[in-house]
Design a protein around this ligand. Sequence first.
Ligand code: B1N
Length: 828
Amino acid sequence: MKLEAKEDFPPATENDARSGNSVAAIRKSILDHIHFSQARLPVMATCNDWYVALAYTVRDRMFGHWMNVVQAIADPQRKIVGYLSAEFLMGPHLGNALINLGIHDNTRAAVAQLGLNLDDLLAQEEEPGLGNGGLGRLAACYMDSLATLGVPALGYGIRYEFGIFSQEIRDGRQVEKTDKWLRLGNPWEIHRPELSCTVNFGGRTEWFHDERGRLRIRWIPNRVIKGVPYDTPIPAFRKDFIGILRLWKSEAVESFDFQAFNVGDYYKAVDEKVVSETVSKVLYPNDEPEIGKTLRLAQQYFFVSCALQDMIRVHLIRGKALDTFHESFAVQLNDTHPAIAVAELMRLLVDEHDMDWCEAWTITRNVFSYTNHTLLSEALEKWPLPFFGHLLPRHLEIIYEINHRFLEEVRRHAPGDDGLASRLSIIDEGGQKSIRMAHLASVAGHRINGVAELHTKLLSRTVLRDFHAIYPDRFVNVTNGVTPRRWMVLSNPKLAGLLESAIGDRWICRFEEEIEKIAPLADDPAFRNHWREVKRGNKADLAGLIHERTGNTVDPDTLFDVQVKRIHEYKRQHLNVLHIVTLYNRIRRNPNLDITPRTFIFGGKAAPGYAMAKLIIKLINDVGAVVNRDPDVAGRLKVVFFPNFNVKNGQMIYPAAELSEQISTAGKEASGTGNMKFSMNGALTIGTLDGANVEIREAVGPENFFLFGLTVDQVNDLWGRGYNPRRYYEENAQLREAVDLLYSGHFSPDHQARFVPLLDTLLNHDPYMLLADYQAYIDCQDQIAAAYRDQEHWTRISILNVARMGRFSSDRSIREYCKDIWRIRQGV
Ligand code: B1N
């Protein structure tokens, strides 16, 4: 089907009064929205009114592009990507849209003519924090790249009413505040009630005879809710194209209200509404799953069912029969959170659309592929059987059937190997029986991918080893990437300007081919000077923000050493603290010591129930409090904890960083993506051979990367030989001195034993091998301190880091997904 623009309805064009991009057109449009959308007199308009009017002005300019996407979605020749993710950490839309639409400068001018400052309006936007960290932000970068590469894409997720909590630091501790991001409305989304879906829960299944006399199964649920989609356009960079982010809100189904009203039970009706709306109420703030949380499974099933119903609707609108569904859609499972989609598509095809099981399975296998984001066993999703069957009785039966047929295939493949069958089974029979979602995703997916080379290799040797043994061809690697639009052009305009003056602006969407053209300039002293000026400016900006947010004064002429990411023991923020305490001890011993002055900047949220992570936050703040005010330190060391690390704050922090801390225990960080953002902004990396660090080091050159620490093999070896962390403590005076000072209560005079749980863990178990890596880390940091003193050399390395980051654009990642996984031709 081709949607023709009828003559009576000419499409809007660039020159339209409503969508023109001149300063005058933008100014007029803002004023129109103040009047027609906000119903305000300009003199009475609040900052938020102006922000909303501007947001609508910008949104208007995406609707023409939207129609192109509708055309592509309606075109049966074009495959659509359905990206299923429980999280989309988009970050603020306005600044990004101005950049991608190419109207930033004209908008700034238009806003100025209205007597306003664009930065104030940008600051007004509440960030949609619908994700925890890397996984959710990756989904956002991928939406940007899909649009920019012209691939028709629908991102499906949940419109959480409350996103990730906002973090305040009080008395050095994390305090969580609910994130009321929708309080003042959301001008970016289009509410589409006519596309609502219903979703069932609970109840039971029963056999029945259909009208043709065949014996079939139907699901009699005991609860029905409605999913209502809200669409947000994700603009391509300077192309007439967008991606659609379609997020579902849960609501009560009208019929339920009516039933209750009929018997006069008003309160029951209202209660029904409350319970139904709970499903999309709040994002789970953990970056690993909590087992057996009904609401979490309900959330997953809710958005996945809506998404699949929606895709089937689109497919049927294309005028095609369901047996070609896999030609219309490639569906990516962003980790196992949406893996229930496998059973749901089978249910929709077999139960609702009367398809034969084998045919439905072939389609399902063709449609889905699965991305794994973690090897941590505690993070692999499992649902206890009784509990799963209670919420989704029909899906439990379907999973049993999938598993039965799969295990038959396994037994044919390896007759008599019952161990293999039980290791591969979707049902974990050991102890409390449960469903292993990674197995469900791996049985169905025609491709399984890890997110960095090392991670994919470890995945096929450890958690999915048996799958790899029987289906080696399903495994592929797609190393993560990040979008240079948000993470360079938007967040680091000074650097983008310098790059543009040197090599033009093609690097913004042809990053892989173009960015390396700055490499020769590493040898140009004048260019290096400009480079340093850019970094110095960004550091001064961040210093201002740090002062505003924390009251700390930091010196932009010190080395900015930054670790921002979720707080987790495996990420080893406390190893960084051990380095700080070591330097502090050296200064205490010799107050005149000539050391490279550093500012240590930390940021990140701890899961509210993760006591050790919260203690690490307190540790950073307590150490900071003592070090920052010690007169002997004389400003040579500063430690700040930047509160509420999120996308908006990240955009200020990455551009100002000079040293990027990527110090996880080898084998624990699947990829990392912050490591890429830092390096693209000219920070050098201190890192272990973990996740994408390995590839970053290869790309920038080993001589331009500060490597330390045990490798994955060495870590495993050491566990095998018997790891005794206390030995490192006893044999290393510097380490002992640091640990002892922490034990002594020096940094926690109000509560001497505060850090004992953390320190005892290090000395007795040390599951992340901090003590084993301590000396190598300190030695590497000492080298860095020396290297920083040669600013010409440091700048050279910084330029080469940026020049060699071509591979780490999310455009490259998406090209690989298109080719190796989705089998999609690229669009416009
Ligand atoms: O996904 C990122 C990677 O760069 C990181 O290394 C990885 O840690 C991160 C359960 C997760 N893995 N697993 C999660 C998030 C939320 C949740 O409820 C697990 N996040 C990652 C992108 O590939």
